[in-house]
Design a protein around this ligand. Structure first.
Ligand code: NAD
Ligand code: UFG
Length: 340
């Protein structure tokens, strides 16, 4: 049985990926500082997958902790989710973001190199493209990250590219996620943002549950079909399957040492599409008002995800209806979000 180290494995995307991997026969060991997640997620993973993954509470910047982990286990690969991800916070606290996301990754890579573990799947983001010239965005589009968060992802992509060029034993997948939403269909795992959510779907869910009164829609004067911003929302279980496909790809003898793929659905949905679909599928009205554009927001973008389909044999299959239903099912069963 292959053993995989999952950094950030108690977080939103990591926890869903662990369920997928364990169900596919991998053994997962989670390393997470719990800075943005709860240890109780492990119990939910166990219920859903039938196996309890080992959780090591630790930080990817802690070289001694990593050395001990690599000495104790023989890993065939690492999936590196651990990182901070709030765009606005990264503008206020750039050093914290570069330290956590960039220094955290170089510390992890040094420990991997020392242990001879040279296969890694990295969580990158569509945010590296900034405001693109057109959509759908291909992987070859220029980088224009607008925030320290986005720049930290672009930096790590460069570091990993240099690493592969320096040593052909490395196998690296850079996965650029578009807008992950949704939850496990059981309602037992989902997104659990601290404080008032910044992102659309968690905000909509909290309006539906009555925790928040009204959704503010940032701008209805964009050059889009209904004037509201468009994004490529992707179900977190599709993303989880994308990681499984990337691991299998990297294990192939004909794998390219560096594979870079957008993970999205290749289609855009507007804010009003999300609000109207959520209301229709869940029978819940979402009171909303239009307010000014949010500074820094891009009007519209979506992925060209055809490369992932060709290379990984992976394609997102879940619809916006599935995303809205599963997000609400999670929120309804965990009204305070906090499963700890
Ligand atoms: P999340 O915050 O739910 O999960 C990240 C996990 O990493 C958390 O459990 C947190 O406690 C842990 N962590 C953070 N810093 C750590 C450190 N130094 N050492 C150990 N653990 C640490 O976020 P998520 O949505 O699951 O995102 C996972 C990854 O995907 C992140 O790297 C994020 O930047 C990237 N990403 C997320 C999105 C999104 O919108 N959710 C989009 C694109 C890319
Ligand atoms: N929106 C609202 N009201 C809200 C929240 C969001 O109208 O209360 C709108 C935004 O203006 C935007 C859309 O909903 O048009 C989506 O906004 P999100 O905040 O959910 O997502 P973003 O596209 O701004 O960014 C997200 C993550 C980034 C990541 C990026 C990847 O927050 O970290 O997706 O594409 F990099």
């Amino acid at each position: 049985m292959q053993k995989i180290l999952i950094t950030g494995g108690t977080g939103f995307i990591g926890s869903h990926t662990v369920v997928e991997l364990v169900s596919a026969g991998y053994e997962c060991i989670i390393l997470d500082s719990l800075v943005n997640s709860h240890a109780a997620v492990v119990g939910r993973i166990a219920t859903l997958s039938g196996k309890t993954p080992l959780l090591i509470e630790g930080d990817v910047r802690d070289a001694a902790c990593l050395d001990a982990l690599f000495a104790a286990h023989t890993f065939s690969a690492v999936i590196h989710f651990a990182g901070l991800k709030a765009v606005g916070e990264s503008v206020r606290e750039p050093l914290r973001y570069y330290d956590n996301n960039v220094n955290g990754t170089t510390t992890l890579l040094a420990a991997m190199a020392k242990a001879g573990v040279k296969t890694i799947v990295f969580s990158s983001s569509a945010t590296v493209y900034g405001e693109p010239d057109f959509s759908p965005i291909p992987e070859s589009a220029p980088f224009r990250p607008a925030s320290p968060y986005g720049k930290s992802k672009a930096m790590v992509e460069s570091i990993l590219t240099d690493l592969v060029a320096s040593d052909s034993a490395w196998r690296v997948a850079l996965l650029r996620y578009f807008n992950p939403v949704g939850a496990h269909s059981s309602g037992m795992m989902g997104e659990d943002p601290a404080g008032i959510p910044n992102n659309l779907m968690p905000f909509v869910c909290q309006v539906a549950s009555g925790r928040l009164k009204t959704l503010r829609i940032f701008g209805n004067d964009y050059p889009t079909a209904d004037g509201t911003g468009e994004r490529d929302y992707i179900h977190v279980m599709d993303l989880a399957e994308g990681h499984l496909a990337a691991l299998r790809y990297l294990a192939r003898t004909d794998a390219s040492p560096l594979m870079i793929a957008n993970l999205g659905t290749s289609r855009g949905h507007s804010v009003l599409d999300v609000v109207n679909t959520f209301s229709r599928i869940n029978g819940m009205p979402i009171p909303h008002q239009f307010v000014a554009r949010r500074p820094g927001d891009v009007p519209a973008y979506w992925a060209d995800a055809t490369y992932a389909e060709r290379t990984l044999g992976w394609k997102a299959t879940r619809s916006l209806e599935d995303m809205c239903r599963d997000s609400w099912n999670w929120q309804k069963q965990n009204p305070t979000g906090d499963i700890g």
